[in-house]
Design a protein around this ligand. Structure first.
Ligand SMILES: Nc1nc2c(ncn2[C@@H]2O[C@H](COP(=O)(O)OP(=O)(O)OP(=O)(O)O)[C@@H](O)[C@H]2O)c(=O)[nH]1
Length: 451
C-alpha cells in the first residue's frame, strides 16, 4: 500500500482505472454468465416443456375424441344404425396419437442428447419411460378394440375391459401431463429465483464497484491536496520571510529521490528555497562587511569619522527629547616619540591595543571613535558630566597601567564635556578640544573637564 502511495500520479490514476475496469469487467462477465444461464433455462422451457405440454394435450384431446367416437359407434350399432368406416376413423386417430407420442419421445431424446435439459434431466427420462409404457398400453388397447370391432363383439361384457383400459390410458396421459406441468412450474420458479439473486448480486457488485472507485478517487485527491498544501505552506513561509527580511530557513531532505511529479515539484522548490537562503545569507554577510567597512576604523576596529557624524546628529536630535550625553576627547601623549623610538609598526600596535582597551572599558551603549592619528572620541549616552569625568579618570588609569610584552608603556590626556541643549556639533567639539588641550598643557596624563 505504502509503495503504491509513493508511485507517480500517472501510475496512481492508472492503477485506479485498472482496478475499476477490472471490477467492471468482472461485473460484466458475471452478468453475461448469469444472462446465459437464465437464457438457457428459458430456452429449455420454450424448447422442451411448452412443446411437450402441447403434444401431450393434443394426445389427451385425441384420446377424448376417440372415446366419444367409440361411444357414438356403440350407440349407433345398438340402435341398428350403420357407421361409415368405423375402424378406419378410429385407426386414423390412433395413428395421430402414435405420431404425437413419437414426437414427444423424439423431443425429449434429442434435447437430452444435445444437453439442452439442465433442470432435473432424470425426471425427463422418467417421463420418457412413462410415454413408452403409455405407447405399449395404447397399442394393446387399439389392437383389442380393432379385434372387438371386427368380430362385432359389442356386448357390455366384451366392451367393459376396453373401457377399463381406455380409462387407464386416460389416467396415464393425465399423469404425464401433470408431471410435465409440475416440471415447467418448478423450472419457471427456479428461473425466477435465479433472476432475483442475479439482480441482487448485480446491484451489490455495482454498488461495491462504485464505492471502491469513489473511495480510491477520494483517497488520491486527499493525498494530492495534502501534498499541495505542504508545498503551499513552504511557498507561504518563503513569502513571509522575504517580506519581513528574515533569514530563510534551509529545507531538509533535499537528497531524497522524488517518487512522482509532485515530489519533483517539491524537491525543485526546496532546492530553490535553499539557493535563495544561501544567497540571502551571503547578501547579509556582504551587507554586514560593507557596513563595517563604512563605519569602522580598519586598524583599531573602533568607529570611524563617518559613523561619528551620523551618531552625533542622532544624539543631538535625541537630546531634544531630554536625553543627555557627554563626550571624552583622548589623545596619546608623545606618540611621535613612540613612532620614532620603536617604529611605525609598534605605533600601530599601540593604537590597536588602545582601541581594544577603550572598547572593553566603556559600557555597551557607549561608543568609541578614532578621529584620525592617535586621537579618539568617546560618546557616553545618557551620562552627565560627573559620570563622564569618573569614566575618563578610570580610562586614564587603565591606559597608564597598561602593559604588553614588546610594547612601550604610554599615557593619554583626556578632555571631558557634556552637550548643552541647543548647541551645535562644532561648539561641542571645540569645548572638548579645549579641555584636551588644557590636559596637554597641564603636563599630560590627566583629565580636564569643561562645563
Ligand atoms: N604609527 C602610526 N603613527 C601615526 C598614525 N597617525 C598619525 N601618526 C603619528 O602620530 C604622531 C602625532 O604626533 P603629534 O601630533 O606631534 O603629537 P604627539 O607626538 O603625540 O605629542 P602630543 O600630542 O603633544 O603629546 C605623528 O608622528 C604621526 O605621524 C598612525 O596611523 N600610525
Amino acid at each position: 500500500m505504502f509503495r503504491w502511495i509513493n508511485t507517480s500520479l500517472n501510475r496512481k490514476i492508472g492503477s485506479v482505472l485498472v482496478v475499476s475496469l477490472s471490477f467492471l469487467l468482472l461485473v460484466i462477465g458475471y452478468s453475461i454468465y448469469q444472462v446465459k444461464t437464465i437464457h438457457d433455462e428459458l430456452k429449455e422451457v420454450s424448447q422442451v416443456d411448452i412443446p411437450l405440454t402441447e403434444i401431450i394435450t393434443q394426445i389427451e384431446t385425441l384420446q377424448l375424441q376417440q372415446h366419444i367416437a367409440m361411444e357414438r359407434f356403440r350407440l349407433l350399432i345398438n340402435h341398428q344404425h350403420k357407421e361409415q368406416e368405423p375402424i378406419s376413423s378410429l385407426s386414423y386417430r390412433n395413428q395421430e396419437i402414435v405420431r404425437l407420442l413419437n414426437r414427444a419421445t423424439q423431443l425429449i431424446t434429442t434435447n437430452l442428447q444435445n444437453d439442452t435439459i439442465h433442470f432435473k434431466p432424470e425426471e425427463y427420462l422418467h417421463i420418457l419411460d412413462e410415454i413408452n409404457t403409455f405407447y405399449k398400453l395404447n397399442l394393446t388397447f387399439e389392437k383389442q378394440l380393432e379385434d372387438n370391432l371386427e368380430k362385432g363383439q359389442l356386448s357390455d361384457e366384451t366392451w367393459q375391459p376396453i373401457e377399463v383400459m381406455a380409462s387407464h390410458l386416460d389416467t396415464k396421459i393425465l399423469a404425464i401431463l401433470e408431471k410435465i406441468n409440475q416440471l415447467t412450474f418448478e423450472a419457471t420458479r427456479y428461473t425466477e429465483a435465479h433472476q432475483r439473486s442475479f439482480m441482487m448480486v448485480e446491484t451489490g457488485l455495482g454498488i461495491c464497484a462504485f464505492l471502491l472507485s469513489s473511495l480510491l478517487a477520494l483517497y488520491i485527491i486527499h493525498i494530492i491536496r495534502t501534498r499541495i498544501h505542504h508545498i503551499h505552506q513552504q511557498v507561504e513561509q518563503l513569502h513571509t520571510s522575504l517580506e519581513l527580511g528574515e533569514p530563510i530557513a534551509k529545507p531538509n531532505n533535499q537528497t531524497s529521490k522524488p517518487n512522482d511529479e509532485l515530489g519533483e515539484l517539491e524537491l525543485d522548490l526546496k532546492k530553490m528555497i535553499s539557493r535563495l537562503s544561501e544567497e540571502m545569507n551571503t547578501r547579509k554577510e556582504v551587507e554586514q562587511q560593507l557596513m563595517t567597512l563604512a563605519t569602522k576604523d580598519k586598524l583599531t576596529n573602533t568607529y570611524n569619522r563617518h559613523k561619528w557624524s551620523e551618531q552625533i546628529h542622532f544624539l543631538i536630535n535625541l537630546s531634544e527629547q531630554g536625553k543627555s550625553f557627554s563626550l571624552i576627547s583622548l589623545d596619546i601623549d608623545h606618540f611621535k616619540r613612540i613612532n620614532d623610538s620603536y617604529g611605525h609598526q609598534v605605533g600601530d600596535q599601540v593604537l590597536q591595543h588602545l582601541g581594544t582597551l577603550l572598547q572593553q572599558e566603556v559600557s555597551k551603549i557607549d561608543m568609541v571613535f578614532r578621529m584620525g592619528g592617535e586621537e579618539f572620541l568617546i560618546l557616553l549616552t545618557g551620562q552627565g558630566q560627573k559620570q563622564a569625568k569618573e569614566r575618563a579618570e578610570h580610562l586614564r588609569k587603565q591606559i597608564e597601567h597598561f602593559q604588553k610584552v614588546g610594547l612601550p608603556r604610554f599615557t593619554a590626556s583626556l578632555g571631558v564635556t557634556s552637550y548643552h541643549s541647543g548647541e551645535t556639533e562644532d561648539s561641542l567639539m571645540t569645548r572638548a578640544d579645549n579641555a584636551l588641550y588644557r590636559s596637554k598643557e597641564n603636563g599630560r596624563n590627566c583629565v580636564t573637564t569643561l562645563e
